[in-house]
Design a binder for this molecule. Structure first.
Ligand SMILES: Nc1ncnc2c1ncn2[C@@H]1O[C@H](COP(=O)(O)OP(=O)(O)OP(=O)(O)O)[C@@H](O)[C@H]1O
Length: 538
């Protein structure tokens, strides 16, 4: 039978082949859980089922994965059979079901009553604003996505939608424009790519003309993020009439142009290179029906805003999907002016760091920062590679990465906007495959990039805004997995003290004494009777 008991967890291997009627293995006993519904939720520290996230009571003998029931074993084996992930692509991730009532199987996906919808939104902290906002979807199979797209999603391990996907996909599929915010690492990319792929494929199937003008465009602030979004779009659109073109600086323009001329459904690019391309070549954009602004608050900031608006004006009133983990009223205002009848979606509280990242703020004078960093990197207890160190300048990144290697012997590489695209790609690759344990980066890696495996971020130079800090430490956790961040702070960062204290407080992190006592921070401790009032402010 090949039964296995794993340590003191008392779990058994599930080795009986699953056939109709579900024969039960002797080892697993008569009371083996047949469906995931029969299984309880996992307690903290217990193994979880790789399929549904409940208690992983058994070990699948064929894949060695934790599973909760015969039903999930069957799903797992079915998935393994048609999984053809590209080389180097991470294995599908585990997503823990957070609420049993809401993650339901497809056959049970009946429309919700309005009370249920309200309860669901309240439980998952889904906030919506706008006219005729559709109900969130409960499963990917409930919203008429092309079958091949659903298969591709399964291959990627997307079994259940995350809250932003539940509401974002439902809203985007109506064709309405959307401004959405949700935590870093919570699945926003698929939340816009799934409707993009679905709408493009449906359009192509319904319009058999020979013209293959682009139908959708995704704009992001950095080349790294564009590369990643395009890669994900390719995986989702595999086997479908869905081709993509990557339009970023540093790569040869003729090749990019050639791809577009051959016919693509989606263009992913940075605004600068796109404008360059559009100015020099005749690219017809009149079929573009969806424009995505990823990291929208950054894209509508000075620096990008004019370029983005120039591109927007060249399109014929597309659906606009705008996403970020951080928002502001100004962004809301601008977004409303770009799209009529906008739907607003936010999950949890905007502008707060992911709760999965444990933050540590350390007060360090600027002159001591390097030594402090070396101490951390040389401590087995505190250095948790692979890690990213964020600095404020390109030269700073080069100097610090060299100093790290010389002083600690660790292989550290720098990545920033002055390096060639070839170099940037190679560094990213060696970092992601584990050849390099540490990367020292500027803001080019600060937003959006999904650095699977990274569980530690060290913010060596505090960025210019608390929002960038939220994005940077967000690299330490994807899909709610635990991560840690360390930030060095001193008097030079006083402009950000009030915001930083707010963010640390809201996450339950310890606030350094120097910050608590700083005159730049408004203290909210009650005054003791008779105590003299202190003045705060600059
Ligand atoms: N439904 C899902 N089930 C399992 N994994 C998912 C699901 N949706 C997305 N993921 C994975 O979760 C990870 C994080 O997703 P993503 O990069 O889209 O986060 P994000 O919200 O855009 O974060 P950021 O704000 O940092 O850009 C990715 O590795 C992605 O493949």
């Amino acid at each position: 039978m090949g039964d296995v008991n794993r340590g003191n967890q008392g779990r058994t291997s599930m080795s009986t082949p699953l056939v109709d009627g579900l024969t039960v293995s002797e080892a697993a006993g008569d009371d083996v859980k047949k469906t995931s519904r029969d299984q309880r939720e996992a307690l903290p520290g217990e193994p979880i089922c790789v399929v549904c996230g409940r208690y992983g009571e058994y070990i699948c003998d064929q894949t060695d994965s934790d599973i909760c029931s015969l039903e999930c074993k069957q799903t797992l084996l079915g998935r393994a059979a048609d999984t053809h992930l590209p080389v180097g692509h991470p294995l599908p991730k585990r997503l823990a079901a957070t609420d049993e009532c809401f993650y339901v199987r497809d056959s049970e996906s009946l429309p919700l009553t309005s009370d249920q919808t309200e309860l669901l939104r309240r439980k998952l902290e889904i906030h919506v604003k706008g006219d005729s906002v559709p109900d969130p979807i409960l499963s990917f199979s409930s919203c008429d996505l092309p079958e091949k797209l659903q298969l591709n999603m399964q291959t990627l391990g997307y079994d259940m939608p995350t809250p932003i996907q539940m509401q974002g996909i439902a809203a985007a599929l109506t064709g309405k424009s959307l401004l959405a915010s949700a935590d870093t690492g919570s699945g926003k990319t698929a939340s816009f790519l799934v409707p993009v792929v679905s709408r493009c494929v449906t359009f192509r199937h319904g319009n058999l003309s020979i013209s293959k003008k682009p139908l959708a465009m995704v704009l992001t602030p950095t080349r790294e993020l564009c590369i990643q979004v395009e890669e994900q779009a390719k995986l989702l659109g595999k086997g479908l009439p869905f081709k993509t073109a990557l339009v970023i600086g540093g790569d040869a323009m003729p090749r990019q142009l050639y791809r577009i001329q051959q016919g693509v459904e989606l263009i992913v690019g940075t605004p600068g290179r796109l404008i360059d391309l559009l100015a020099k070549h005749d690219i017809e954009l009149d079929d573009i029906m969806i424009l995505v602004l990823d990291e929208v608050d950054c894209m509508l900031q000075k620096g990008f805003r004019d370029q983005v608006m120039q591109i927007f004006r060249a399109l014929s009133q597309p659906q606009v999907l705008m996403y970020s983990a951080t928002m502001s009223q100004e962004v809301e205002k601008m977004a409303s002016s770009m799209a009529k009848d906008l739907i607003f979606v936010s999950i949890g509280q905007p502008n707060r760091p992911s709760k999965a990242v444990k933050q540590l703020a350390i007060w360090v004078e600027s002159k001591q920062k390097k030594q402090k960093l070396f101490d951390i990197l040389m401590s087995k207890q505190h250095f948790l590679p692979p890690s990213i160190v964020y600095v404020g300048s390109r030269i700073g990144a080069d100097l610090l990465s060299n100093a790290i290697t010389v002083t600690t012997g660790l292989k550290a590489l720098s990545i920033h906007g002055e390096k060639s695209m070839k170099e940037r790609r190679e560094i990213m690759k060696s970092f992601l495959v584990g050849e390099v344990p540490l990367v020292v980066a500027t803001g080019v890696l600060g937003r959006g990039v999904d650095l699977l495996g990274v569980r530690q971020v060290i913010v060596f130079d505090m960025p210019n805004s608390i929002k960038e800090y939220v994005h940077q430490i967000g690299r330490a956790s994807r899909m709610g997995e635990d991560g840690t961040s360390i930030v060095f702070v001193n008097e030079e960062n006083r402009n950000l003290f009030p915001d930083l204290v707010e963010v640390l407080k809201s996450s339950g992190a310890v606030i350094p004494r120097e910050l608590v006592n700083s005159r730049y921070v408004k203290r909210s401790f009650p005054m003791v009777k008779g105590q003299r009032k202190r003045k705060y402010g600059s």
